[in-house]
Design a protein around this ligand. Structure first.
Ligand SMILES: C[S@@+](CC[C@H](N)C(=O)[O-])C[C@H]1O[C@@H](n2cnc3c(N)ncnc32)[C@H](O)[C@@H]1O
Length: 316
């Protein structure tokens, strides 16, 4: 019996066994695999549940006997739920009912039924949930980017990311240096910041990192579509050691939902990855909140205001 768990915190289906050790609940028979979109979640599941886990932008192929899907409006966007449900339906040959399919929906019954009906009303239709949109910085041509549900930002450019890309591009354009500059875009999403800077300033050697597998997939696609040679890495703890002290610039637009814990991972990486004299740019809404965090890593901080955001600039 091969069972796949899908969705945000689907691993909650594991329950506490004896001695506090987690084990698959009675529901989960045989060979159980968890799927995650984010490598951070994969590491957390492996640590807590010691479960077989796959982190990938799409559900793994395979003869799944059962698929459990955990979702709801508080857990993920409606579009990502629909996208994953479509993939589940393809893996199960359209059999979206027990015993092969179980849906745990954290939300209203009506929304749950709507979600399943959207797939079952036209089971042969395979929808494409990716979107294409444009973004630009002053002094450079607009670029077209593709995004997918789950990847940040989907269907539009993030204002904070734009403020960051505009600031770095302007400073590098003004510097007019001919030498190749190495830029690390951490938490790259679909590649907005790194790809805008690499288009505006031609001599950029670009590395992009994100913990989300769909972000990495989209950033890779966008870089090759734009003819930009970039290395894109799936990681939740920064760049590999071999890249320490090799970058001239660091760009970060981290999520701020975890009491600056993720911003700290970004700063730790910036400090490790930058050469002496290298410059770190971190964008945020609330400079007063981020500044004490930045001071743990850099002793010099300049605040640049752009759009409704602040960019904290520090030199190593
Ligand atoms: C606010 S989004 C910014 C995306 C993009 N740079 C932009 O400006 O549109 C933050 C990104 O950081 C990624 N992220 C979160 N934690 C991370 C970590 N520990 N390591 C790398 N990326 C991370 C998220 O997956 C997300 O893509």
């Amino acid at each position: 019996m091969k069972t796949l768990l899908v969705g945000y915190r689907a691993s909650d289906l594991f329950e506490k066994g004896r001695h506090g050790k987690k084990k698959p609940s009675a529901l989960l028979e045989g060979d159980v695999t968890c799927h995650t979109l984010d490598i951070y979640e994969r590491h957390a599941i492996e640590k807590v549940h010691h479960a077989k886990t796959i982190c990938s932008p799409h559900l793994p192929e395979g003869d799944w006997d059962k698929i459990y899907f955990k979702t709801g409006p508080k857990r993920m966007s409606a579009e990502l739920s629909l996208d994953l449900l479509q993939e589940i339906s393809l893996r199960l040959g359209g059999e979206l009912k027990p015993p092969r399919f179980m849906l745990e929906f954290d939300g209203k019954e009506r929304d749950k039924n709507d979600l399943i009906d959207k797939i079952l009303c036209d089971p042969k239709r395979v929808r494409n949930f990716t979107a294409k949109w444009t973004a630009s910085v002053p002094g450079a041509k607009p670029i077209e980017l593709e995004s997918a549900p789950g990847c940040f930002c989907h269907r539009r450019a993030d204002e904070g990311g734009l403020a960051l890309a505009e600031t770095i591009s302007r400073e590098l354009q003004e510097a007019r240096t001919q030498e190749t500059l190495r830029l690390l875009d951490m938490g790259c999403g679909c590649g907005l910041v790194g790809l805008l800077v690499a288009t505006a300033v031609k001599n950029i050697d670009l590395v992009m990192v994100d913990s989300h597998s769909r972000a990495v997939e989209e950033a890779n696609k966008n870089a090759s579509q734009l003819g930009i040679n970039a290395e894109v890495i799936l990681a939740d703890s920064g760049t590999p050691k071999r890249m320490d002290e090799t970058f001239d610039f660091f760009a970060g637009n981290p999520p701020y939902y975890s009491e600056y814990r993720i911003a700290e991972v970004f700063y730790e990486t910036a400090l490790r990855a930058l050469k002496k004299g290298g410059v770190c740019y971190m964008v945020c809404k609330n400079a007063l909140g981020l500044e004490p965090v930045a001071r743990k890593y850099f002793d010099n901080i300049e605040i640049i205001h752009r759009r409704a955001y602040a960019i904290l600039k520090s030199k190593k």
